[in-house]
Design a protein around this ligand. Structure first.
Ligand SMILES: Nc1nc2c(c(=O)[nH]1)N[C@H]1C(S)=C(S)[C@@H](COP(=O)(O)OP(=O)(O)OC[C@H]3O[C@@H](n4cnc5c(N)ncnc54)[C@H](O)[C@@H]3O)O[C@H]1N2
Ligand code: MOO
Length: 398
């Protein structure tokens, strides 16, 4: 596909997501290893939450009656002990937080709201609400209700819910096998020494780390030499991966051979070139069963394009139900200009509802510092020429 046949931003999003056709195979993992994994089956409640009526506070538990004042303490109930209902007349239990409440008590008043007379008599406050401080069996979730849907990317809060069910193993989608490599004879890996005429590989490390932040592991496969023959041989070995990510060599230069080397391996491009600034030369497609994302070499463009186009695809490929990024409202702080006729990606900082474009959007896609000075990204419309002070925009947090 010729790089001149560029697609719109919207089209690139649609085409890239359409590359995802199947879900990964599944495997069982222990709850200790489930963080960051994607649930392959919904989880239904098999143990009521809470499991039994229990006290929300340390206090006195009794049967509510209008005008009740003085109670005699019949028994003390600690969390973990089970006491059969045994209240008679004006009696109560002294009960601790979390302890099972016998069925003859329906209201609990905390110790500090009552007056203790002697060892066993309690005076209740005047205003009492029936059901006070009583947590009812199943009030949070009943057996049979759905707790977590298939496709949830498990975080520590989800693990808390799974732990409440006594679940030891969960069925999750297998992790994607992702390979990242760079192209360019000027590049050196971090363990090598770059002379004045050479540069260090930024993209591989940046993209590996970005993916890791979103729970994906990728293998660093180094730098491919700038020639068609070795690049072609290199790609042949990459077919074992679910996803191959390359950076560099996708524009018009004489050494921009990535697409040709991929084509020699049966690659079919879904698009090559997007009407955006920066990151225009991006390409995506399929090489057999392997999804290939080829990013522009310029580090800022490679990073931002990975964030915008590739992360949603990886999430979808991993079986996650929520794969689109969230946009939040912001007010623009300072006016800045845009390249009209294209969708512009504008880096900036976001704090207390206000977006501040990095250096008035006057930076280059070969730079790295705008990335470090930004925690947000704004994506313009093609028609937009500038953004004014206090203009309402929707941004993404990086
Ligand atoms: N005649 C044209 N020239 C260019 C066009 C165009 O449309 N017509 N597009 C420009 C745009 S936009 C971009 S972006 C770049 C991207 O080109 P490539 O993807 O082919 O990238 P390279 O040429 O290989 O490298 C560009 C630049 O980035 C540096 N680089 C590459 N990889 C890394 C890395 N892993 N770590 C750090 N830096 C890297 C490389 O040294 C170059 O300086 O093309 C424009 N040209
Ligand atoms: O699209 Mo490129 O990233 O502007 O230099």
């Amino acid at each position: 596909m010729a790089y001149e046949d560029i697609v719109s931003y919207d089209d690139a999003i649609i085409r890239s997501l359409a590359l995802v056709k199947d879900k990964p195979h599944t495997e069982w993992v222990s709850l200790f290893d489930a963080l960051g994994r994607t649930l392959a089956k919904k989880i239904t409640c098999k143990k009521n939450l809470p499991s039994y009526n229990n006290a929300a506070m340390d206090g006195y538990a009794f049967t509510y009656k209008e005008g009740l004042r003085e109670l005699h303490i019949k028994k003390t109930i600690l969390a973990g002990s089970v006491v059969d209902a045994c209240l008679m007349g004006n009696e109560c239990y002294k009960i601790m937080t979390g302890a099972k409440v016998p069925f003859d008590a329906d209201t609990i008043v905390p110790f500090e709201m009552c007056e203790l007379h002697g060892e066993t008599m309690v005076r209740l406050p005047e205003k009492i609400k029936k059901g006070n401080a009583l947590r009812l069996k199943g009030e949070e979730a009943d057996v049979g209700t759905i707790l977590l849907e298939e496709g949830v990317h498990l975080n520590s809060r989800d693990i808390a819910l799974l732990a409440s069910q006594g679940i030891m193993m969960v069925e999750v989608y297998k992790k994607l096998h992702v390979a990242i490599f760079s192209t360019g004879d000027e590049l050196k890996s971090p363990w090598e020494n770059a002379s004045e005429d050479e540069i260090y590989d930024i993209n591989a490390l940046a993209l590996l780390s970005l993916l890791k932040e979103y729970g994906f592991e990728a293998h660093y496969c180094g730098v491919i030499p700038d020639n068609l023959e070795s690049a072609t041989a290199y790609f042949t070995q990459m077919k074992q991966y679910d996803v191959v990510i390359t950076s560099g060599g996708v524009s018009m230069g004489e050494a921009d051979f990535v697409e040709r080397a991929l084509l020699a391996n049966g690659f079919e491009a879904s698009f090559h070139g997007i009407n955006i600034k920066p990151g225009k030369p991006m390409m995506m497609g399929q090489m057999g069963d392997t999804l290939v994302a080829s990013l522009p070499g310029n580090p800022l463009a490679a990073y931002v394009n990975t964030f915008v186009f590739l992360l949603p695809v990886l999430k979808k490929l991993q079986g996650q139900k929520v794969f689109h990024f969230e946009r939040i409202d912001a007010l623009n702080k300072e006016t800045f200009a845009l390249r009209s006729g294209r969708v512009n990606f504008v880096l900036g900082s976001f704090s207390e509802g206000v977006f501040h474009a990095f250096d008035k959007n006057m930076y280059g896609s070969g730079m790295v510092k705008p990335l470090v000075g930004s925690n947000a990204l704004w994506i313009s419309d093609e028609s937009k020429r500038s953004v004014e002070v206090d203009e309402k925009i929707k941004i993404l947090l990086l």
